[in-house]
Each structure stands twice: as structure tokens, then as C-alpha cells.
Design a protein around this ligand. Structure first.
Ligand SMILES: [Zn+2]
Length: 595
């Protein structure tokens, strides 16, 4: 390996036949030449790097050839052909409209058009990226395009046909260039590998072809780069490394782990991927593409659309067989959401791991959802009040305790007046509600929390299946939405509201109405503060803007629960007396009175 000339230049096609993947165009052009039916203006459209300029140059050379072959190709030996091949021909003018798009640039081109060619038959003007011309430049050009001299041929090339004025389009013969297929690219690369006596594994070439996305120029320059790095030996592995592409093998392993609900293996695999330097968003993206490929493989007839390394095709088909379509679609949804949220996520690694966790338990969630559907069919939907059992049990004890004290009762009944009358008012006028003297134990409910993520997944899976459509209220969903809202409150450090919300009862009244039951003015006050944002949260959870919230106020002090507040002296005593019976005895014996 002494020198390796950039193959994009070295192997630029010199004849129509060697143009890759555009035979529909080269055949038409050859026919036009041999039948002498050349248009005066051509428009070559198509993606970048697929051979537009190359075809334009070949066309220019061929029509100027003194000895056109019977097959419509240039002879490549006559004087004209040789000047073309050496790049010294005066009959070809190229203008890159991307950088020369002013009226003056076009005027000087038009100026040249006036002179007939010294040698050969045609003067060919190639205007690349013609859509970049300014509108005044376009107008200046239009006249020449309308009445060109017989020897002038214009070839306009563009990647953006829709930006070309209709007046130009109508004056051109239009050719649409195709993206070059992976197979065509691989074949072409293989030819070069053979000619240059390099070594290349076929999967390596396939990866390059895939990466270049139908652009031959890119494919060649990628191959050049890897050849120079690897001393002319392209293996699948070193190609992946150079292109920073994740080996699909990882995803097959990940899928296996996920299907067996083997979270540990999944996490280890991700760690391995991460160590190789692949960023989280890249992993999510590649994983989504992997699932897309699986979906494509669901039907073997469509498997031909699969643009993957040949040797992986069978693996994809096999993996697709043992993965349900609903799983794949849900997985794609999970990944899509993860990708959208990636930028905002603070802990990127955790963010990706969360997606992996979700995918690991996705099948379980789908099964649950399916079971639920069966049950729902069997019996009519019931709307029941939702009341987390643990919460009730835990709070009742506290309630009773406090209710025994008359002061507390009074406070609960008329909270505003009592607080105002309290002597603590003068000392700490504003903080009385927050002062944590009696703290109602927060209902810690591990069972509920653990179940929450599962439920959330289940609901997510359900809504995924429904393609994220607007949903009616349902008990489980509302339960989750409610718990999520509490988490929000916690995150906002609204502790007193959290405990109120954890105790509040709510029930579904109709598919779009739910009711929150509040007892007492305190609960009502807190709910009033949060009502709008709670409603918005529930609406967005169900993706249903028609959902309404209703408040049912029960004036029942017996059932009310005091929130964190300062204790009166009497309450302090009562509490102490309960804890330490001796205190009471002491008071009674000494005949002390509380003020
Ligand atoms: Zn010739």
C-alpha cells in the first residue's frame, strides 16, 4: 500500500455504462444521442452524490466525440474525448450556483454562450445546484434558455427540484436520479477492491454502503479513509469501529435479555456499549432502528426492504418470529419517548437505563393489559371509589388521637378563627401552618409505590397500543395520574399538600368527570389551590381535554384530619399525658390547671 488515490476521483465513471444505479437515465440519454434527438436543456434532479454531475460530463463528452460508438458511448480516443478526459476541453463550462448565484455570474455565462465552439459540435453548460440562483439571476437566464443557439446545451443539476421555477421546468427535459441501492454500492465497491488488490469482507462493504445512504461519493470516501487506516484490510469489526457504528449483535443480545426479563444482563450490555463510547441518544436511536427492522421482518416478503448486513438478515427474521408485533410497536413507542426526553434528561445514562428497564418489563405489561381486556369484556365497567387501603388504616389512628383533644376539634371546625385567636399568632404570624408540631405521619405505602411503576407501564402499554389516542377516565389510570401528581407535589416540596392529597378520596363519575371528596375547609382550601394544575395533569395523562373535575365538600369534622400546625398548650399536655400517663397523674395530684 504505497499510495491510494481517492477512489471517488479515480473511479469516476467515464462512460454511461459505468455509471452506477442510473441505467434508466443513461439508456435514455444514449438513445437520444444515437437518434439525434437531443434537447437543449436538461434538468438532472436527485439526491447528492448519485451521479448527476458525472452523467452531465459524460453527456458533454459523448456528444462532442468525433467517433461515437454504435452503442451510443464516446470513443474515448479522439482528440475531443482526450481533452475531456484531461479536463482541458473548452466545450464544457461548469458553474456552481451555490457559490456563484448573482446576476453577474449568469451574465458572464450568457456572454460566453454567444461564441460558437472552436472545435467539436456542442458547448455544454453545466449549472450545479441551480436552485441556489437568485431570482434575478434566474430571470436573466430565462431568455437564453428560451432561445439558445443551436450549439449550446444546458444541463441544470439540483437536489431540490421543488425550488425550481415552473418556467424553467417547462423548458427542460427532466431526469430524476435515483438513490443508489445498497447492493449496487456494494458491487461497485467490490470492483474497486478487486482492482486495487485490497482485502475486504463483504459485511464491511455492506456497512459502508448502508452508512453512505445511497450516495456513492460518500461510500467511496468512507472506503478510502478506512483503507488508509487499516492498510488495505477491511474487516467488519474495524469498519464498525471507524464508522462508530454499533454492532447489531448487541441488540440481538439485548432483545434476548429483555424477553427473558433478565434486567441484569440488559444493564451489563448497556454498560458495555457505553464503555465503547457510544452516547445514550445514539444507543436509543440505533435500538429504535433495530426494532424497526424487526417489524419489517414480521412479514418475510417485506424482509427484502431490510437494509442490513446480509449475514444478519436471517437473525432478524428469526428474532422477528419470536417477538410479537405489539411488543415491537410498544418498544418503538418507549424508545421514541425516550429519545424525545433525552435532551432534557439530566442523568443521561439513567435515562437510557430507564428505557431498558421499561423494555424489559414490557411483555409483562402487555400480558396484563390483554388479561384486563378479557375481564372487561366479561363484566360491565364499574366505577368505584378509589381508596388505597393502607393509607386509610394508617391515618385513622392518628385521627382518633387528635380528635380526642377539644382544642384540635375546635381548630378543625373553624381553622381560621382559631389560628387567629392563638397566642402563637403574635410570635410567628405567618408560619403557623408549617410549624411541624403535630406531624401527621405520611402514609408510607411501599406496596403502592412499587405497584405504581408496573401500573404505569401497563397503562403506557395500553395507551401505546391505542397509538396515544385520547382516552376516557379509568380507575387505574386515575390512580396513577393521582400518584404522579403527588410525586410532583413532593418534588415541589409542598409537603403539607402532599399529605392532604394522599388522604383525599376521588371517584370517577362519568367517562370524563371525576370527583374529589374533601372534608372540611382545610382540605377544600388546599384542593382549591391545586385544582387547575391537577386537572391539567389528569387531562394530559389521559390526553383528553374534555375531562372535568368536581369537588364534593363534606362538612364532617369527625372525618377531618388536621394538618401540620402548632399545638396549643392544652394539646401539648394531652399529647404528653397520652405518652406518659405519669404526667397526668402529676397534674391531678398537684391539682394544676391549664390556662
Ligand atoms: Zn471520441
Amino acid at each position: 500500500m504505497d499510495k491510494f488515490i481517492v477512489s471517488a476521483r479515480k473511479y469516476r465513471p467515464q462512460t454511461f455504462d459505468t455509471v452506477v444505479g442510473q441505467s434508466h437515465i443513461t439508456t435514455t440519454l444514449k438513445n437520444a444521442i444515437s437518434h439525434n434527438q437531443l434537447a437543449h436543456a436538461f434538468l438532472f434532479c436527485g439526491p447528492r452524490g448519485v451521479g448527476k454531475t458525472t452523467c452531465a460530463r459524460i453527456l458533454a463528452k459523448t456528444i462532442n466525440c468525433e467517433n461515437i460508438q454504435p452503442n451510443g458511448e464516446a470513443c474515448d480516443t479522439c482528440v475531443s474525448c482526450r481533452t475531456f478526459n484531461e479536463g482541458t476541453s473548452l466545450n464544457i463550462h461548469e458553474l456552481d450556483a451555490a457559490s456563484n448565484n448573482s446576476v453577474d455570474d449568469i451574465r458572464s455565462l450568457i456572454e460566453q454562450v454567444r461564441f460558437a465552439p472552436q472545435m467539436g459540435q456542442y458547448k455544454v453548460y453545466i449549472i450545479d445546484e441551480v436552485h441556489m440562483l437568485s431570482s434575478s439571476a434566474f430571470n436573466a437566464f430565462l431568455k437564453t434558455l428560451e432561445e439558445p443557439p443551436s450549439y449550446a446545451i444546458f444541463i441544470l443539476a439540483t437536489t431540490e427540484k421543488h425550488k425550481i421555477l415552473p418556467t424553467i421546468l417547462s423548458r427542460c427535459q427532466i431526469f430524476d436520479f435515483k438513490r443508489i441501492t445498497i447492493n449496487d454500492t456494494v458491487e461497485h465497491l467490490q470492483e474497486i477492491v478487486d482492482k486495487e488488490e485490497l482485502k475486504a469482507e463483504k459485511p464491511a462493504l455492506q456497512v459502508i454502503a448502508q452508512k453512505s445512504e445511497g450516495c456513492m461519493r460518500d461510500a467511496l470516501s468512507i472506503m478510502d479513509k478506512i483503507v488508509s487506516f487499516t492498510n488495505g484490510e477491511l474487516t467488519y469489526q474495524n469498519t464498525l469501529e471507524h464508522l462508530n457504528i454499533l454492532d447489531a449483535d448487541y441488540f440481538f443480545k439485548l432483545l434476548d435479555a429483555m424477553q427473558q426479563q433478565d434486567l441484569a444482563t440488559g444493564m451489563l450490555l448497556f454498560d458495555d456499549i457505553n464503555r465503547k463510547g457510544f452516547e445514550g441518544d445514539m444507543v436509543l436511536n440505533a435500538m429504535a432502528e433495530f426494532f424497526r427492522n424487526l417489524l419489517v421482518c414480521k412479514d418475510e416478503r417485506v424482509a427484502n426492504l431490510l437494509e442490513v448486513v446480509e449475514s444478519f438478515k436471517d437473525r432478524y427474521i428469526a428474532a422477528a418470529k419470536k417477538t410479537s408485533a405489539s411488543y415491537i410497536i410498544s418498544a418503538l413507542n418507549v424508545l421514541n419517548e425516550a429519545e424525545i426526553g433525552f435532551k432534557a434528561a439530566r442523568n443521561k445514562r439513567l435515562h437510557v437505563e430507564l428505557a431498558i428497564i421499561k423494555l424489559t418489563y414490557l411483555q409483562q405489561a402487555i400480558d396484563l393489559a390483554d388479561k384486563k381486556k378479557v375481564v372487561e369484556k366479561a363484566k360491565a365497567v364499574q366505577f368505584r371509589a378509589l381508596k388505597p387501603v393502607e393509607i386509610k388504616e394508617q391515618t385513622e389512628g392518628t385521627r382518633n388521637k387528635v380528635q380526642e383533644t377539644s382544642g384540635a376539634k375546635l381548630l378543625v371546625e373553624e381553622p381560621q378563627q382559631k389560628i387567629e385567636g392563638s397566642r402563637y399568632k403574635e410570635q410567628e404570624p405567618k408560619t403557623n401552618v408549617q410549624t411541624p408540631s403535630v406531624s401527621v405521619p405520611k402514609p408510607s405505602s411501599p406496596g403502592l409505590k412499587g405497584g405504581l411503576s408496573k401500573l404505569r407501564e401497563k397503562i403506557a402499554a395500553e395507551s401505546n397500543n391505542a397509538a396515544n389516542q385520547q382516552r376516557d377516565l379509568d380507575e387505574e389510570g386515575l390512580k396513577i395520574a393521582w400518584q404522579e401528581y403527588i410525586l410532583k407535589l413532593k418534588a415541589a416540596a409542598k409537603h403539607s399538600v402532599v399529605s392532604i392529597f394522599e388522604m383525599m378520596e376521588y371517584r370517577i363519575k362519568s367517562p370524563v368527570d371525576f370527583e374529589v371528596v374533601v372534608s372540611g375547609a382545610i382540605q377544600a382550601g388546599f384542593l382549591k389551590q391545586e385544582k387547575t394544575s391537577l386537572l391539567l395533569h389528569v387531562q394530559s395523562f389521559f390526553k383528553n381535554p374534555n375531562i372535568n373535575i368536581h369537588v364534593e365538600l363534606i362538612e364532617d369534622p369527625e372525618d377531618d384530619t388536621p394538618i401540620e400546625r402548632p399545638l396549643t398548650v392544652r394539646e401539648q399536655f394531652q399529647l404528653m399525658a397520652e405518652k406518659y400517663p405519669l404526667v397526668k397523674e402529676l397534674r391531678d395530684r398537684l391539682g394544676m390547671q391549664l390556662d
